[in-house]
Design a protein around this ligand. Structure first.
Ligand SMILES: O=c1ccn([C@H]2C[C@H](O)[C@@H](COP(=O)(O)OP(=O)(O)OP(=O)(O)O)O2)c(=O)[nH]1
Ligand SMILES: [Mg+2]
Length: 173
C-alpha cells in the first residue's frame, strides 16, 4: 500500500496582489511552479534576475531549491545560472530566479505570470565538521572526474580524434 505523507506547512506572502500562489501541476510533483511578475526579453547569452512576487518562511531544518523547468530548457534553451538556487529557511526576501538564455540565435520573451522555474522544498541536514589529519579509506578514494572511464579527460584532452565523446559511457561499452 502506498503511503501519503502529510504536506509540510509553509507560510507564504504575496508581494504582488495578483500573483498566483506556487502550485503543483500534478499531485505527485516535486516542484511547485514559480512565475515571474515582470515581463522580460533575453537576447542570446543574456541573463537577468526575475522577481517571483512571493516570499516564504520555511520551517527550521528545511530549504527550498529553485529548479529549472525542463520544457523551457528544451524548447527555448533557458537555464538557471545557479541551478538549483538555494532558499534558506531564514530568508524572508522575495524569491528570485536567475535565468539565462543559452540559445545561440533566438531571443526569449517572458510575459508577466509566465511560469519560469519550480520550487522544491526539502528537509536538509545540518552537520558539525570535525577536523582530522587523515580521512577513513573508501573504495572510491580520490577517484572522480571521469575516473570510472568513458569521458573525455577534463584537462581538455580528447583522446586524439579531436572530439570529446561520452560514447563509451553507453551501456555495453
Ligand atoms: O535562486 C535563488 C537563490 C537564492 N535566493 C535567495 C534566498 C537565499 O536564502 C538568498 C541567498 O542565496 P545564496 O546563499 O545562494 O547567495 P549568496 O550569494 O551566498 O548570498 P548571501 O551572502 O546573502 O548568502 O538569496 C533566491 O531568491 N533565489
Ligand atoms: Mg549564501
Amino acid at each position: 500500500m502506498s503511503q501519503v505523507r502529510n504536506p509540510v506547512d509553509v507560510l507564504i506572502r504575496r508581494l504582488d496582489p495578483e500573483v498566483p500562489i506556487p502550485a503543483y501541476g500534478h499531485p505527485g510533483d516535486a516542484g511547485a511552479d514559480l512565475v515571474t511578475t515582470e515581463a522580460a526579453e533575453l537576447a542570446p547569452g543574456e541573463r537577468t534576475v526575475l522577481p517571483t512576487g512571493v516570499s516564504v518562511a520555511l520551517p527550521d531544518g528545511y530549504a527550498a531549491f529553485v529548479h529549472p523547468r525542463s520544457g523551457l530548457a528544451a524548447r527555448c534553451g533557458v537555464a538557471l545560472v545557479n541551478a538549483p538556487g538555494t532558499v534558506d529557511a531564514g530568508y524572508r526576501g522575495e524569491i528570485k530566479v536567475i535565468v539565462v538564455n543559452l540559445d545561440p540565435r533566438e531571443s526569449v520573451r517572458f510575459e508577466r505570470f509566465d511560469r519560469i522555474a519550480q520550487l522544491v522544498v526539502q528537509q536538509v541536514e545540518k552537520v558539525r565538521f570535525h577536523e582530522v589529519a587523515e580521512l577513513p579509506g573508501s573504495a572510491r578514494a580520490e577517484g572522480g572526474f571521469g575516473s570510472t572511464g568513458g569521458h573525455a579527460a577534463v584537462d581538455g584532452s580528447t583522446g586524439g580524434n579531436g572530439y570529446a565523446s561520452v560514447g563509451a559511457d553507453r551501456e555495453g561499452q
